[in-house]
Write a protein that binds this ligand. Structure first.
Ligand SMILES: [Zn+2]
Length: 462
């Protein structure tokens, strides 16, 4: 027993010495300094205010998108990043021009609705047809062949509210492929309840897709109260006729740019921490939560680090292009850098609004866990809990990285309870961001990026 105890003690003593060596007391002091600076600075707010006010909506391929690319480069330069550059990304260029809808029978009333991204137009004069009601996408898929001929399909599936946004996945299936499944049964248009937790009368847009060989039909989402109204009419046994006019345009292939800023590392400049968000947004709001906040807080986090020191490795902020239309900037970035992805020592994207960060999670090799635990200790003063699952998925723009490499991924989990009240609506505006919470987010990203860049051991993935 005594011997076993001694062995355990020996192991833990050795391992705690290893931990302590990852960061010197001076480095830990510097981390505290950066954390305090971020908590007391309004830099991320100023950046976010500038992006959402001076530019506003940033649908890929629009004039505003081009302006945002210019804006991001000049912000990076004004913040004295060592290197600032752009890299092209192509995407399917789509524009929304007009959308209107109303219930015609049993009684005339307007519907608050929006076209889903990529949707085709109705004829100029619109269409009018009977609506067929489904509770879920599976119910629509199970409906008989040809049963929707000349009709409008409607899916009423309601998204659940949850802190980690886990209701999104099940709900978004109807947005991704509802129009294809409806068209297969003969429908001439598709409507769905918005992918939304809101009670407000805003329709939520978002990406949708067509399939080669299946007729492209207009694809739309109605605001939650309008979906409730339709559901009541069906429950009461009414035949519902809807009039719909959607005008959009497919403009072929567009080009935009990932905008990248970097503070160079002092001993291993080729190795880098990748933080960032996506620069584009939907056209309805000003993209404050999605994803102006992610852009602003990661830019500011890197700047706060550089004000205290240059870590051993570089800190790179990547502002991805055309995320909303299908992760096009991310695909281009990870393709372009595919031979040097081993240089990434940590990747984390902020793309879930700007509510408080409550959890910190890694997805790294076991050998890197001692560093991760040290980072967790320095995040604790921000009320960020260490989630030990070591299975972080990171933001959407990290999907192409995660799918093709074993790069080390990190997540700073934000409270997403209210995120889907505003997501992809006209209501995603600056007033929805709490400046104090934005500071806490900025501080958390600064701590993570600084420590991953400055650790003794290079963090590797699993
Ligand atoms: Zn986003």
């Amino acid at each position: 027993m005594k011997k076993l105890f001694r062995t355990l003690c020996l192991v833990s003593c050795i391992s705690s010495t290893v931990h302590a060596q990852e960061f010197s007391p001076e480095q830990i002091q510097q981390v505290a300094q950066v954390r305090e600076a971020a908590l007391n600075s309004d830099l991320s707010w100023q950046i976010l205010e500038s992006l959402t006010t001076e530019i506003g909506p940033r649908l890929p391929g629009t004039k505003n998108d081009k302006k945002a690319v210019e804006w991001a480069q000049s912000q990076f330069k004004a913040l004295a990043f060592d290197k600032v550059w752009i890299e092209p990304a192509t995407f399917p260029h789509w524009r929304r021009y007009h959308e209107s809808a109303s219930i015609i029978t049993p009684s005339e009333q307007p519907l608050h609705l929006t076209a889903l991204g990529n949707s085709v137009s109705t004829p100029k004069s619109g269409i009018q047809a009977e609506v067929v009601f489904f509770e879920t996408l599976d119910e629509l898929i199970a409906s008989p062949e040809g049963s929707l001929k000349g009709k409008i399909a409607f899916i009423n599936y309601r998204m659940n509210r949850h802190i980690d946004g886990n209701g999104y996945g099940p709900a978004v299936k109807a947005r991704n492929s509802g129009a294809v499944e409806a068209a297969k049964k003969g429908a001439i248009a598709y409507m769905m309840r918005s992918v939304s937790t809101s009670h407000h009368r805003f329709a939520h847009t978002g990406g949708s897709h067509y399939k080669t060989g299946v007729t492209k039909i207009p694809a739309t989402a109605v605001a939650n109260p309008d979906a409730d109204q339709l559901a009541r009419l069906f429950k009461n046994g009414h035949k519902v006729q809807v009039k719909l006019n959607i005008q959009t345009e497919d403009l072929g292939e567009g080009t935009s740019y990932n905008v990248i800023g970097q503070f160079n590392g002092t001993t291993h400049p080729e190795q880098y921490v990748l933080i960032g968000g996506h620069l584009d947004s939907w056209d309805l709001g000003t993209g404050a939560l999605d994803d102006g906040a992610g852009v602003a807080l990661t830019m500011a986090a890197a700047k706060h680090i550089s004000d205290v020191k240059r870590p051993k490795r570089s800190v790179r902020v990547v502002l991805f292009a055309a995320e909303e239309l299908g992760l096009w900037g991310a695909k281009a970035y990870f393709k372009r850098h595919e031979k040097t992805l081993d240089n990434i020592v940590a990747a984390a994207e902020s793309d879930f609004g700007a509510d408080v960060v409550y959890g910190f999670e890694s997805n790294v090799a076991a050998s890197a866990l001692p560093v991760v635990r040290e980072i967790a200790k320095q995040l604790a003063p921000l009320n960020v809990k260490y989630i030990r699952k070591n299975a972080a998925r990171g933001g959407p723009d990290l999907i192409p990285l995660k799918n093709t490499t074993s790069a080390p991924i990190f997540a700073l989990h934000q409270d997403g309870t209210d995120y889907f009240d505003y997501h992809h609506t006209a209501d995603d505006t600056l007033d929805k961001v709490d400046p104090k919470k934005l500071q806490q987010n900025t501080a958390a990203y600064a701590v993570l990026a600084m420590m991953a860049a400055d650790a003794k051991t290079k963090i590797s993935g699993k």
